[in-house]
Every structure is written in C-alpha cells, then in structure tokens.
Design a protein around this ligand. Sequence first.
Ligand code: 5AD
Ligand code: SF4
Length: 481
Amino acid sequence: MEKIIEEKKQGTTIKPIQKSGNTRKLYIESYGCQMNFSDSEIVASILSKEGFNTTSSLEDADLVLVNTCSIREKAELTVRKRLEKFNAVKKTRPHMKVGVLGCMAERLKSQLLEEEKIVDMVVGPDAYKDLPNLVKEVDDGRNAVNVILSKEETYGDIAPVRLNSNGVTAFVSITRGCDNMCTFCVVPFTRGRERSRDPQSIVEEVNDLWNRGFKEITLLGQNVDSYLWYGGGLKKDFKDSTEIQKATAVNFSQLLAMVAEAQPKLRIRFSTSNPQDMTMDVIETMAHYNNICNYIHLPVQSGSDRILKAMNRLHTRDEYFKLIDNIRKIIPDCAISQDIITGFPTETEQDHQDTLSLMDYVKYDFGFMFAYSERPGTMAARKFEDDIPHEIKKRRLSEIIEKQLAHSLYRTQLHIGKIEEVLIEGVSKKSDTQWRGRNSQNTVVVFPKENYKVGDFVMVQIDSCTSATLIGTALDYSENN
Ligand code: 5AD
Ligand code: SF4
C-alpha cells in the first residue's frame, strides 16, 4: 500500500503554472498517498492542453478538483468538509464547476452526485484522459461521470507537470492498482487490478528529470516489488502470456537496475514494498548500486500471526523476521519503516503484545500507525464485526506510537559521529540560515548553509539529533556532486 503523505501536506494545492494562451483557471487539491499527488500532476498536464492554467486561489477558480482518498473514514470526512467550503465559494461564483477525482470518486461513483449537490463531475483514477470530454459535458450543463477501471492505463505517455516541486526530488509512478486483497483495504476496489508501466517510458521520464536538474526520484506503486512488464496488461494475466513475453519480461529488480544505470548520479528511492512480494534480488540490486538509497518502507500491519492471516497478509511473523534479517545482512545500514494497524477485528491484548514485540525486534527507523477503520465493501467489513472499542484502539495506538518514538530516537542517535551524504532539498523549517536535506536512510538532516545550494550533494558531519532530525556541519561536496 502506497505511503500516506505527511498530515501537514494533505490538501496541498498545486502551485500556479502559466501557459500562454490558456484562459481558464484550475484549482486542484490532493489528499491521501503519494500516488494521488502524482496523479494530480498528470491531471494538470492533461488540462493544461485544454486551456487551463493552475491557480493556488480557490476564489479565482473556474474549475475546482479534489483528488480524494478512501483509505480511512476520516480521509473521506475531510473531503466532505472541503466540499462544504467549495459550496460556499460557489455561491459567489455560480459558473465555478466542482469535480471529485480519485478513490472516493471510484468508491461512491454517481452516489456522490446525489449526496453532494455541489459536485458536477466524478472521475475515477483510471479515467483522467477522459477529462477533456467530461469538462465539455459539464460546460454544457450536464453532470459527468467516468469511473471505469482499466486493464492497461498507466499514464505512461503523459508527461506530468512538476507543479509542486522543489526542483530536486520527484515521483515517478511505475505500477497502478493492487492484487493483494488485504482484507482491511479499499485500494483493490478503488484503484483496480495491478498493471505495470513500460520500462522504456519510465527510463525516459527519469532521464528527462535528470536533464531538468532533478537529483532524486521515488519509483511509486501500491506494491512496487510486484512490478512486472511483459508488454502491457494485467499482472494476473502474465501466466497466459507467450513464451517470448515470459522470456523478455522485466521485473522490479531489473527495472531498478535499469534506472540506476541510466542515471548513475541520480538518487533512487521506491515505495511501497510488500513483505510477501519483496525478493532477495531486489535487496541485492539495492546493495549493488550506490545510487539506490538504503531505505525500505516495509509495512507489517500486525505482529500477530493470527491477525496477519485474518488480514490476508500472505506472510507470517517469522517470515517477516527472516526478511528483516536478510536485509540487515546484505545492507547493514538500511533504514526500515512500517505501517501498523491497531484494533483490527478480534485483536486481543496478546495480539497487541505480539505487535509490540515485533517492533522491539525490528526497531524501525520510522513508522505510520493507524487505528483500524472499517471500509464498506472490503472483506474485513463483510466477514468481521468492528468489535474493538474506540477507547481500546486509542490506547493500543498510543502504546505503539510511544514505542515507535523511542525506536526512532534510538535509530537517529546511531548516525551521530558519522559523515553522511545529504541531498539539499530546501531551507530548514526552523531556521533560514540552515539547509534541510536527507541522507540515504531518509532521515532529515539540517546544517548551516555556507555556500552550498539547493540540489547539492554534500558530505555532512552528524553532530547531534532530535528524535527525528539530525543536526550537522557540512564538510565538502560529495563525489556525487
Ligand atoms: N484502516 C486503518 N488503516 C488502514 N490502512 C489501510 N487500510 C486501512 C484501514 N481500513 C493503512 C495500512 C496501509 C496504510 C497506507 O494505511 O497500514 O499500509
Ligand atoms: Fe497495500 Fe494490501 Fe491495500 Fe494492496 S491491498 S494497497 S498491498 S494494503
């Protein structure tokens, strides 16, 4: 499952871009995972050819789009609240049209038009190329809906406009959809079956980003390790492909190697990995190429075998430990992060203790922790009662968060005294005189600016830390610069 964007970036509006000749204004807000933020860049690209420039001011907009998330109930409630705000603005701008994109659009379909009178257009994640037609429909005064999920669509041929970018780091999507059917998860229903993007178009996009000055890319997918290109089509149909297709297929470790070799100075990250799909060759490829960062986001969801089974996670606690041991053996300084859900139906105190003890074993560098939220239509919603009281979910969640904070501090402290390569991404949030960047392990590092600039690779002596941030002094440019 795709990593959720930090809370404070939720709803971020794309910075304005201006293409001469465009006369209408598009305001777009994104919620949820990195894939949604990346999709909004594809949407802006498609609509810029239809006469729309983006604006960061809602009050100026002719078309308002909200790219939505359905992963937890709270994510949907946030969007419903925003629709109320849009409704208020629409009173003063009656010609303004409002569209809902993404997972909520797919989950609720035309029901959204009935429930939210303000909505003019509902567009699922595989239908963005139909936006020009849908906008025309809406212009003609009709509501427009396209929530068809596709077997092929990867948007591989659309060059996203990098609108909200720092000019240094960018996302490149490589797969869409998910076939894993974890019982709690709405994603297989909202984003459809898994398909991979042509590696050639991925390498071209990566080369283009490098030529435009970007220094780091993150390969994105709900389940990147499951990447498989055999000429197009669904992952599940690979078994029916021809002998030639099978022999020439490209898997994730091969894709990683292709990208790493195409741009040896570009930093490469990827997200998200799924324990059951991550193979040793991916870890070996990471170890082989210096420019692939030593960081793996490896959600576990629970430390209890019984709950893992009920979640349809296709691995045991022991198999997960073996994977962790192998990662540590091959890449000793690899950072690992988790997603954990607490309060899944039937979870006992013992299951919860199993999650805490799993955390003690791994000592994750970072973590994203959630209380279980029942999603309509999922297998868990059909099979189980959401029987863990809110108060217990809350208490277990805070115990997990507390443990993660202690482990994050432990991991962060291990960097003190080391000299690490940092890619400068921007100014520190706390001080104008300091740069902010990240090391290979994805930990934030701040240090005095001196004469370095955004986009430089710098060797930094790590002097001290807070629980999540390293504080250091720049020594020199890195060899990579
Ligand atoms: N309730 C709570 N958390 C969920 N996630 C996915 N579905 C749910 C749900 N129904 C979490 C998982 C996933 C992350 C992105 O969101 O931990 O990895
Ligand atoms: Fe991730 Fe499982 Fe959801 Fe797929 S079904 S997106 S692997 S949590």
